[in-house]
Design a protein around this ligand. Structure first.
Ligand SMILES: [Ca+2]
Ligand SMILES: [Ca+2]
Length: 500
């Protein structure tokens, strides 16, 4: 049996060796004849859809040159994907992508790459969820541009020594979070790590920060040094930012001492192999939902022993159906749960998880949760979408990012605002008062009252209860007075009245 298996493997592998192919091809685009190299791996002859990696050359380079220099064909043969190596059009500086730097050709290279994918797909069944672009130098700049402008078609990009250009950066607004891998040498003299404004190059930091912002990443972790074993003359720092919206990532490899060159297989982080490793982590999943949370508190009784109501709204502002939606409500110590009412779903009174389940496009569901306040300290209730089966346009569940719209904060601030709220809950009448003044309030427990005249002298004091309290003011001289009411918790609120 073992012998048979070995024999079959031998057939399969020799078959593979002979079945790969590389061709030169042309296609018409925008009235120009465009050229590219195309490599099919042996697995293509077995049928079925395969991923595509598009490799973009640098200024003055060629697809042929990239094919020879990157070794992507060998990886493709082993890992079963197609590779295309297109050629840029000519400029005064040589072959050049329209990546958005000065002297770029005016051809629409974004549309060319889009058309190239379609052209290749005619004869080669593509897995459209796994289309990747990478490039060197200006090809890397073009890769960043494609991530910005062709994000509905390209799953992820990787760049070696090519930053986002200064003309592309301000308008970069992909339709989804795009996984980005960037490699750059600190001693790169051509595309400097710190940028070159004159030639339209942002810095590596600006490029990465832009993607952190676009992809809503939590980038609080630090880069780590890759083990230095290859004796390649460099060290590599890896900043693996993997906490980003919609499962995207931003990876930065900083090559300490590295210049303007593709990292080969004898280095600790070979560019081609690492890019493919990164690409394999990502499959195109279009965002279809946009969950947003909003919350507020009913203030009136934000006082010890009284009720407080937390209102939470969840809205799906996008066009797709959201399913399996769970919202986690983080309730601090100091609040005792009493009851809830919700327009939809199931509420777990122990975990404070609100399982909304299904939320149609444009729909809003609401929950009201009532607590008793056990403390007069400031408290914060937060809530965040914990799970959703579909991809959200601009937020990622359970990443604890207060900047995202799937996160909301409701703060109970027992301070000046509470005094204002309490003051409004008190009614004094008649005002002016002749003989009797009625103190009428709802909610809070005011236990004592003190009356001061305009000079600040104490002229009367007594106790109150929760119902209306009548006090005899007939002995007071005509004029303006302040009555101060003090709660059981020692919170004092003043209101003026006139003795007529
Ligand atoms: Ca959202
Ligand atoms: Ca979130």
């Amino acid at each position: 049996m073992k012998t048979t298996v070995t024999f079959l493997l031998a057939i399969c592998c020799s078959f593979y060796t002979y079945a790969q192919s590389t061709v030169s091809a042309t296609m018409e685009h925008g009235g120009i004849e465009r050229t590219y190299r195309f490599h099919s791996p042996p697995a293509a002859t077995l049928g079925g859809e395969l991923p595509l990696v598009i490799v973009l050359h640098g200024l003055g380079g060629s697809g042929q040159g990239m094919m020879g220099g990157t070794g992507f064909n060998n990886i493709a043969n082993e890992q079963d994907f197609y590779v295309a190596y297109p050629d840029a059009t000519s400029s005064v500086l040589g072959t050049m992508w329209n990546a958005g730097v000065p002297l770029s050709p005016t051809v629409d290279d974004v549309d060319f790459i889009s058309s190239l994918i379609d052209e290749i797909a005619i004869d080669n069944p593509l897995d459209f969820t796994r289309i990747y672009v990478c490039g060197f130098s200006m090809g890397g700049m073009m890769s960043h541009r494609l991530a910005c402008e062709l994000s509905d078609k390209i799953t992820a990009i990787a760049s070696m020594a090519g930053v986002m250009t200064t003309t592309v950066e301000p308008t970069c607004s992909p339709t989804r979070a795009v996984p980005i891998m960037h490699m750059h040498g600190t001693e790169d003299p051509t595309v400097p790590y710190g940028g070159n404004a004159l030639f339209g190059m942002t810095s590596v930091d600006e490029t990465i920060n832009k993607w952190i912002e676009i992809n809503s990443c939590n980038a609080s972790n630090e880069p780590v040094m890759i083990e230095d074993t290859a004796n390649d003359g460099y060290t590599f720092d890896w900043w693996e930012i993997d906490d980003c919206a919609a499962g995207s990532e931003v990876w930065l490899y900083t090559i300490n001492g590295g210049g303007h060159t593709w990292m080969q297989n004898n280095t600790d982080v070979p560019s081609s192999a690492k890019m493919w490793e990164f690409f394999q982590r990502h499959v195109l999943q279009q965002a279809t939902i946009d969950l947003e949370l909003q919350s507020q508190l009913a203030w009136q009784s934000a006082i010890v022993g009284e009720e407080l109501t937390f209102e939470l709204d969840i809205t799906n502002t996008a066009g797709g159906l959201a399913t399996d939606v769970l919202v986690n409500i983080n309730v601090p110590e100091g609040l005792t749960y009493i009851s809830q009412t919700s327009t939809s779903g199931f509420f777990n009174e122990t975990s404070f998880g609100w399982y909304v389940n299904v939320l149609e496009a444009g729909a809003t569901e609401t929950i009201h949760i009532t607590f008793i306040m056990d403390t007069a300290e400031e408290l914060v209730i937060t809530a965040e979408v914990e799970t959703a089966a579909e991809i959200d346009f601009d937020s990622v569940p359970a990443n604890n990012n207060p900047e995202e719209d799937d996160y909301t904060v409701a703060a109970i601030e027992v301070g000046t605002d509470l005094h204002d709220v309490l003051a409004e809950s008190i009614r004094l009448y008649p005002n002016p008062a002749m003989n009797n003044l009625t103190i009428d309030f709802d909610g809070p427990n005011f236990s004592t009252f003190v009356v001061y005249d305009l000079m600040g002298r104490l002229v009367m004091q007594g106790t109150t209860n929760k119902a209306k309290t009548n006090i005899d003011v007939s002995t007071l001289a005509k004029g303006l007075y302040n009555i101060q009411l003090i709660t059981n918790d020692g919170i004092a609120v003043s209101k003026p009245f006139v003795k007529g």
